[in-house]
Design a protein around this ligand. Sequence first.
Ligand code: PRP
Ligand code: ZN
Length: 298
Amino acid sequence: MDELRLKLAIQKSGRLTDPSLDLLLRCGLKISRGKDQLMAYGENMPLDVLFVRDDDIPDLVQEDVCDLGLVGRNVLEEKRLELAARGHPARFQPVRTLDFGRCRLALAVPEGTAFEGPRTLRGKRIATTYPFLLENYLRERDVAAEIVTLSGAVEIAPRLGRADLICDLVSTGSTLQANHLREVETVLESHAVLIRTPLGLPPVKDEWVQRLLMRIDGVQQVRESKYIMLHAPRAALGEIRKLLPGSESPTIIPLEGFPDRVAIHAVCRENVFWETLESLKKAGASALLVLPVEKMLA
Ligand code: PRP
Ligand code: ZN
């Protein structure tokens, strides 16, 4: 039955698309998707994925077309302010912070232009596709400037004489560089979030939301986690445990025929770098082995 299948909206093509699909794949979802198809059917979960413009994702949840969405905090907060300005409460809730889609909404001026803090903005024309976030930023700093709302290609507005500076998303910074713009202020730090409808769902759907959330937590923990195995002198145990990054209770195993040495196995919830291994070796460890963790369920 269709109404008992979850609907999740993700970005059709853009910065969030690949990491969103990768996350779903790691959560065990198998989808079949024809080329250019707008909706993909979850084959092994009652969950279908809709491919849409990222700016439409909050609306789809707001209007109860989708139950879930993967979207940037930038789009989410802009939409929340827009709804508030129209007197509507937002009907979407962020339920998970995701470890991808990191970027920032920032002010950038043409190279060679001076910038001495927000007061420099007084009376200036600022081009953006985020008018509500920008307005909020200006109001909080008590600066009156003109907001030029565009639907895209913000980075060329100064060259076209449509604006003095811009307020746009910056990820790698290459768009700014290519357009001879200099980043001067951060308006909002952003990353991807999972949003859901605040409405109650039928138990079957709700159960799958909970399962998906648990799997997402597992996937995100695993990405940074490593399983580390090593041999160490019993006497150096204290020092070695301190060197293991983010591991709570390592397993300590006696070594047959070596009463002074033990094997230590531990899950490290942080990346294990060469430097860590070198310090461990200095502390007397040997036979060091670092393995990726595939799945984790707390
Ligand atoms: C943003 C922004 C820039 C680009 C910056 O667009 O408008 O064009 O990304 O990225 P960079 O610093 O890595 O060069 P976005 O991907 O959000 O596209 P959209 O606005 O069409 O959704
Ligand atoms: Zn967009």
